[in-house]
Unconditional design. Structure first.
Length: 175
């Protein structure tokens, strides 16, 4: 996204001062990413660098002990101080399934979509058939957002409005 703006600038569609500012912002993002990558890689397995829907660069990393898997993200907006900015916590229920236990972090930043892609990649690489999860009563105040999010990522979503509960399932065979 930033690169497309810079490309437009080369064709003369933006003013030189704006182009200079964008280049400085990009340079700073790359510097912060490099520094955060050093810190994160000392403790975690870095599995990717990605961009959010708002063109923000993020570092994706995981912690996986074979029972519990946490896929985490650092947004590179500030120095990494040992904690993630967004996280999907999951557990291996058996050799064929991952169960999403919780998703934590700010909404509407594109972080969940970035991490869901990486969680699916983990499942595919480990030949895990399905990713499942529950929608519980405490989630009901944002159930529409959850339904949209999971549907967008090709999960089957089943909701029980009477009991304020539900389930989600992504199957590798359905991709």
């Amino acid at each position: 996204m930033v690169f497309s703006k810079l490309l437009e600038a080369e064709v003369g569609q933006t003013d030189p001062e704006e182009r200079k500012k964008e280049l400085e912002e990009l340079e700073f993002q790359v510097y912060r990413m490099r520094e955060n990558m050093k810190e994160i890689s000392q403790k975690y397995d870095v599995i990717g660098i990605d961009q959010t829907k708002y063109s923000n660069w993020v570092i994706v990393f995981k912690e996986d002990d074979g029972n519990i898997c946490r896929v985490m993200l650092d947004d590179c907006q500030s120095p990494f101080r040992g904690s993630w900015d967004f996280c999907i916590q999951a557990e291996y229920t058996d050799h064929n399934n991952i169960h999403i236990a919780d998703i934590k972090g700010p909404e509407d930043q594109g972080y969940g979509s970035v991490l869901m892609k990486y969680l699916k990649d983990i499942a595919i690489k480990q030949n895990i058939r399905a990713i499942k999860g529950d929608i519980v009563k405490r989630d009901w105040d944002h159930v529409d957002r959850l339904e949209h999010f999971y549907s967008k990522h090709n999960f089957r979503v089943q909701l029980d409005f009477e009991n304020k509960s539900g389930s989600i399932e992504w199957n590798q065979m359905d991709r």
